[in-house]
Ligand binder design. Structure first.
Ligand code: CAA
Length: 698
């Protein structure tokens, strides 16, 4: 199939690249683009060449699927150098999202015109790599070192006006017709006698070496704090820094060397896995035929932390929200919380006060549940108790229209059971938001046995409008995320009772790259939440299950974490971040004594092995029971909702990377001491026996 074609009209050659959906620069694109350039270079009559990719977007970057594979095709960097060295005026006509290699091709052209819908960026850092086709050298020449580093370290998409004002594009077109725009611009340039203008020769913005050095020092010191665990941000700064003292070909060679190091890193593998995993989440059976219902008005029941957060997420997406609370005092508190959150956004310059006013108009609150009768969707966020939830759903069944979707924000409870109190259970679904719900990206969409495909499709549409990352989960205690969390929490308490310090466990997990250690998370969420869950589950606990009481002892003291200024850590004015509560070690040792355990020492590696093994163990069971559609969905849950490092891909990908045989061996070893907790899941045994990994199930 031809992916690059060209035509010549008068003295202008038009190149059209077509590789749907986003014109990724695959091996085929590189081969044909190079051939086309070499052919056109010999066309004496041609004075200008226009490069376009006229479908959905100009080239959105290298074909990410090819990274890590051995592919025999010219590298993009050479093609860019070739484009730049042409003795004809080269114009790139941009629209959509010229990103990564796409922007690098554009920057190797001599002039750039961009449609009004254009956003440019070098987002390679988000994939664990650096711009490897001259981007680290050409972008600073166009917009200066400071803006270039900011773009490359954040991966942000820069709107056309800002790109124009900073020299990345030369003209903004009137409309989005990239072929017409490019040809008209090329004609104008020829008429004006414009000369070829290689970006590598532009040095106005990189001349002031003293100033640039100080900019680089600033970025380096910030990067040490911000990107402590990451490899590619430092490589990006290095490439810019070292490039400035080399000639252009030398700088490109150096960039290539650093690019290759990034490509080889496991961080690249983890981040690219995350990229594709986040795009696979919508590939679920219900979305193949389910039709989303249009939503306008949403009802939220409960004005606590979750209810206010979900309300703001809905308002930010433009939905009209009515909140139900039990009394005026609770309504006032919820309103105050919502108002102060938006006020803070105004102060931080994230929104204008006009925008705040417009958003606040979408909100109202009442104690009268009957006002929910005209809503298209209700999300209840009341106390986590089956009887309380059922009572709410019984009322909703009476009040709401029969097409209204009824969602529960439960984080553990059985959505099938909740749906039994409703006449039409096909419209009942679980929407498990994560706190703070206006910020956290993850949304578990819990599909009950009778939930209809249309209800699921509507939930995914809602998630898209709210800019959430929705992951389908079946019904089970805790769904995907909290079920795995329960497993490794129990495993962690076993470890602590056996001798590990909670603070050592947290340190190991932070060093592994987790946003927080488990005990930090408990303190943040509130120890009372887990305590309530343990009490709820107590009647169902098997008599032979090992039960560690350390957490209960902590809660009995009223130490629920941040909200009580004391938990595993101490909180309050003048107290350093992560100051251990000294009484925790006392509780641990007296509990060890009570249970007759002689404490042993745990190495960092053993702590990590047990943490990962517990996650993978439960993840495997979740797959076995078809609660998650695929292993990568579990990864998305963990990297978007539980602070698992994205650059490690997620727990299942991480397991693949270190080898499932090793994980299974660990589980078998741990099961010698506690076979009830660790008996190896059959699916894991089968995968290892067949020499397969989780990725084979994606
Ligand atoms: N390579 C391969 N496939 C890609 C791709 C890429 N660079 N970018 C997107 N796709 C695929 C997606 O996987 C998705 O496939 P499915 O439909 O099969 O799931 C499809 O294209 C559409 O993508 P989105 O769903 O993300 O579409 P969107 O409209 O929401 O977003 C986009 C479009 C802004 C381009 C977004 O896809 C994106 O950000 N892509 C990545 C861009 C990028 O990182 N470019 C740099 C690549 S690295 C590089 O270029 C290195 C270098 O220096 C040479």
């Amino acid at each position: 199939m031809t992916v690059v074609k060209y035509s010549i009209s008068d003295d202008i050659a038009l190149i059209q690249i077509s590789n749907p959906p986003v014109n990724a620069i695959s091996a085929a694109v590189r081969i044909e683009l190079l051939q086309t350039i070499e052919t056109l270079a010999l066309e004496k009559s041609v004075k200008a060449i226009v490069i376009t990719a006229p479908e959905r977007t100009f080239l959105a970057g290298a074909d990410i699927k090819e990274f890590g594979k051995d592919i025999d095709a010219p590298i993009l960097s050479e093609i860019c150098d070739k484009i730049e060295s042409l003795d004809k005026v080269v114009v790139a006509s941009l629209h959509g999202t010229p990103l990564g290699g796409g922007l690098e091709v554009a920057m190797s052209a001599h002039y750039r015109i961009a449609a009004p819908n254009t956003k440019v960026g070098l987002p390679e850092v988000l994939l664990g790599i650096l711009p490897g086709a001259g981007g680290t050298q050409r972008l600073p020449r166009l917009c200066g070192v400071s803006m270039a580093l900011d773009m490359m370290l954040t991966g942000k998409h820069v709107p056309v006006r800002e790109a124009f004002e900073n020299g990345i594009v030369d003209e903004i077109a009137q409309d989005n017709k990239s072929i017409d725009n490019g040809i008209a611009y090329a004609k104008k340039l020829i008429k004006e006698g414009a000369k070829i203008r290689p970006t590598s020769k532009i040095d106005k913005k990189i001349k002031n070496i003293e100033e640039i050095k100080s900019v680089i020092i600033k970025f380096k010191s910030e990067a040490l704090k911000k990107y402590k665990n990451l490899f590619s941000p430092h490589a990006i700064i290095k490439s810019v820094d070292e490039g400035l003292s080399l000639d252009f070909p030398g700088a490109i060679k150096n960039e290539r060397r650093l690019f290759t190091e990034c490509i080889k890193s496991t961080q690249r593998e983890g981040l690219i896995h995350s990229f594709f995993s986040e795009r696979a989440i919508t590939k679920i059976p219900e979305l193949a035929s389910g039709k989303p219902v249009e939503l306008k008005n949403i009802g939220i029941i409960g004005g606590g932390t979750m209810g206010t957060g979900i309300s703001m997420a809905a308002m930010n997406a433009g939905y009209n929200v009515i909140m139900i609370e039990q009394n005026q005092g609770a309504i006032d508190k919820a309103l105050e919380k919502i108002n102060s959150t938006y006020e803070r956004n105004v102060k931080l310059g994230r929104i204008t006060s006009d925008q705040k006013q417009q958003i606040m108009k979408l909100f109202s609150a009442t104690i009268d549940m009957k006002e929910l009768n005209n809503r298209d969707l209700i999300i209840e966020a009341v106390f986590e108790n089956m009887e309380v939830k059922k009572e709410v759903f019984i009322k909703l069944n009476e009040i709401c229209s029969k097409n209204c979707i009824l969602a529960s924000n439960t984080s553990y409870l059985d959505v099938n059971e909740i749906s039994t109190v409703v006449d039409n259970p096909s419209r009942v679904i679980g929407l498990h938001f994560f706190s703070p719900a206006n910020i956290m990206k993850l949304l578990e969409v819990v599909v009950a046995d009778k939930t209809s495909e249309d209800t699921v499709a509507t939930a995914f549409m809602l998630a898209k409008k709210m800019k959430k990352v929705p992951v389908r989960s079946g019904v089970c205690d805790g769904f995907i995320g909290n079920r795995i969390l329960s497993k490794y929490l129990v495993g962690t308490y076993h470890m602590v009772e056996d001798g590990a310090s909670p603070f050592h466990v947290d340190k190991v997990l932070r060093e592994f790259g987790c946003a927080m250690g488990v005990f930090q998370v408990i303190d943040l969420a509130g120890g009372d939440i887990g305590w309530a869950t343990r009490k709820r589950k107590a009647p169902f606990r098997h008599k032979d299950d090992r039960y560690v009481e350390i957490a209960d002892r902590v809660c009995e003291n009223g130490w629920f974490g941040q909200k009580t200024s004391k938990g595993y850590y101490l909180y309050g004015e003048g107290i350093d971040f992560l100051t251990p509560n000294p009484e925790i070690e006392v509780i641990c040792s007296s509990e060890r004594q009570r249970s007759g355990i002689i404490p042993k020492t745990f190495s960092d590696q053993e702590i990590l092995d047990r943490y990962i093994a517990a996650m993978v163990y439960e993840g495997t069971k979740i797959l076995q029971e078809k609660i998650a559609v695929r292993p990568s969905d579990i990864d998305v849950v963990y990297t978007n909702g539980y602070g698992f490092p994205k650059w490690r891909g997620g727990p299942m990908k991480y397991a693949d990377m270190i080898g499932l045989d090793k994980i299974l061996l660990n589980i078998q070893k741990f099961s010698e001491a506690d076979s009830r907790f660790w008996s190896p899941p059959q699916l894991l045994i089968d995968l290892v026996d067949n020499n397969k990994n989780f990725d084979s199930l994606n």
